[in-house]
Design a binder for this molecule. Sequence first.
Ligand SMILES: [Zn+2]
Length: 151
Amino acid sequence: MECEICGAEGAGYIVLVEGAKLNVCQDCSSAGKLLRSPLPVRDPAAQPARAGRAEMEVVDGYGTIIADARKRMGLPLEVLAERINEKHSFLERVEHEKTLPDAKLAHKLERELGIKLLQEVSSGVAVNVKDGQGKGMTLGDILEIQQKKKK
Ligand SMILES: [Zn+2]
């Protein structure tokens, strides 16, 4: 199967680009929202060091999210810590983002504060969209590349 963007052999990734599903190679899989990859991608950089299930990741700025929600609810840190059965000092470290909460703690905080702390890593949402790596290809760009390839 050829990549529908660059024409390389070995396409197997399905990405969604402006509503169109394209069969693309690994290099082009960042062009859109990744719907399916042929194999679990073994990219050590993209996986947390923790072994096991790595599909959920704590969002950036989690400390602020927790602190804001807690203050909005008027909950002292001590009270929140007690409610979720954690040490007050530990929770403080989490709020200052000195400690990354594990999935279990994140879930407890989500429930207690009504916030969202975990995001799916594999969904491709918000992956390098801002910092230029994802390039934000449009369908127009892709068609242009295809035209060039064809000649
Ligand atoms: Zn390609």
